[in-house]
Design a protein around this ligand. Sequence first.
Ligand code: SAH
Length: 451
Amino acid sequence: MIKKKQIIELEITGMTHEGLGVGRYEGFAIFVQGAIDGEVVRAEIIKVLKSYAVARIAEFIKTSPHRIQPFCPVYKRCGGCSLQHMSYEKTLEFKRQVVKDNLERIGGLTDISVNNAIGMETPRNYRNKAQYPVGEGKTGIIAGFYARRSHEIIDAPVCDIQHPLSDKAKDIVLGYIKAFNIPVYDEMTGEGLIRHIVTKTGFNTGEVMVIIVATKPELPKKNKLLYRLERDIPGLKSVILNINDKPGNVILGNHNITLFGKDTIEDKLGGLTFEISPLSFYQVNPVQTEVLYNKAIEFAGIDKTHTVYDLYCGIGTITLFAAGKARRVIGVEEVPEAVEAARKNAMKNNITNVDFYCGKAETVVPELYEKGEKADVVFVDPPRKGCDEILLKTLVDMAPSRIVYVSCNPSTLARDLKYLCSKGFKVHEVQPVDMFPWTEHVECVTLMSKP
Ligand code: SAH
């Protein structure tokens, strides 16, 4: 029986979906942090569980040609990226394989080829939104990122996947906190004022929003902070004080006070303008979002006779991308603020052939179908838990000619495709798009139709 601290020689023959290397020792699965398939390592066991053990690399015996030096100095500890020890090409192949494995194992879909993942030309500085927890570290007040599976804050002076202005804004707020002894939040006691620094940047407009998340609606010496931000952040259009006095993991509270400039900023995607507010969901990688949406639109094959549904529409991005090609588009979204933003975005772009419904897709779509409404083409872009079976059943009855499924979770995608295939739909193409380079997250768009 294998024991903690034991050192074993191991050949890595596969990868988990989180990016850990997998080897077998006397038939027992060992997950090795930071190992790549094809490598041979001496691994030290750090945890033994019932059906597997976790190990770390003690020494390399054979390294993978895909191994590279991580570009981030805090890569090993930070919970953000998990694939920086692999070449970018290898991470793309890994993501394609994750989709393929899920479709085969969970979906039972063995005869589907999955396209190569579309990666970024320059997979750096791609995020338009950064969220830095603030707290007391060993070296004083720090703002950085949480360590892997923990709430310990890691001091990360620079994060190369963020927009450079995000780090700059974070440094300015941190400088202000230190200069004026502004109390920072302590998760254990619930005391203190500043919890998070959040930044949002419109990549195509240059507009920047800085959100200070605090436990109370007060910010001592706030003009000192505003002066510094305005002076040093080009494109600063909005500074918001967001109040969150509740313990727990949710970063933003519901109450916003605009300290400077506008309540919202704007960004452009595919020639359309979108309004971004502190609380609204907006895809974090604008370059790849355009790639993803264009692929989804291409798959949809929409023409001017089509009625299109965009389910889980958020602030109406896919809806408005599709509107120019369709007769009519109906967006469905459960968060009222997002629906309001979607309606505003339609008006802002002079788009009039769209309607938005606020509610759960699994409630709204059956109601529409009862009334005799039908879609020719349906987009679904659900959260990680995938689609409700009631919705899928209604789509089967409605029988649109195409379903385009945008998914951020290959396992629920596989489950839902399995259901739709069992009811006569056929999968034509599966296209992963790398929305989150260097992390294990996999996004893909799938085209289905009824033969
Ligand atoms: N298509 C949008 C948003 C995708 S995120 C975009 O690309 O930006 C998924 C969205 O689904 C979120 O806005 C979330 O609020 C919404 N949502 C979650 N569960 C839902 C449900 N059951 N019915 C309708 N919308 C839901």
